[in-house]
Ligand binder design. Structure first.
Ligand SMILES: [Zn+2]
Length: 159
């Protein structure tokens, strides 16, 4: 359909094909930057603690979602240990082809926190994974970390 054509019926659908060049810069935001800097430099996860609500959010937030208190001065290290909150097993690649080996993705709730980290599980077979399994993050060696999600290699069973 040419861009100048007019629709004659209200039930018609107009569409145009083509490409729109887009440029963008993705930022983590203030809390996200602190979170990834902490992983890169200190090798542990950062949470935001609301004393009033007794909640530690991971990833950290700039404010409490329940009472709206500012939390930027309330970041705390929460370590690297947690439990599998939920998981899924991937057998196919994004293009639909079969993976050589299944990959396990999990949401890990770090100990004593709300929220969690979605990442790979490693050093475990799909039939061995269970909800509630104790796990620990395996990070890249400090010199190889770049301040992103790939600084975390995977979570491995710890219990
Ligand atoms: Zn609160």
């Amino acid at each position: 359909m040419a861009l100048t054509e007019r629709l004659k019926e209200t039930t018609q659908v107009g569409y145009w094909t083509g490409e729109i060049p887009l440029e963008y810069i993705y930022t983590y935001g203030r809390a996200g930057e602190a979170y990834f800097r902490n992983i890169m430099n200190k090798g542990s996860f950062l949470g935001a603690r609301c004393q009033k609500c007794e909640i530690t959010y991971v990833p950290p937030r700039t404010y409490c979602e329940k009472c709206f208190d500012r939390l930027e001065d309330s970041y705390v290290n929460v370590g690297t240990s947690g439990t599998v909150y939920t998981y899924t097993i991937l057998y196919k690649n994004l293009d639909g082809s079969h993976k050589k080996e299944p990959v396990i993705m999990a949401m890990v709730r770090l100990d004593g926190t709300e929220g969690g980290v979605v990442h790979y599980l490693g050093q475990v077979k799909p039939e061995e994974v269970s909800i509630g399994m104790k796990v620990q993050a395996v990070l890249l060696p400090k010199k190889q970390r770049k301040g992103g999600i790939t600084d975390i290699e995977y979570f491995k069973p710890s219990g």
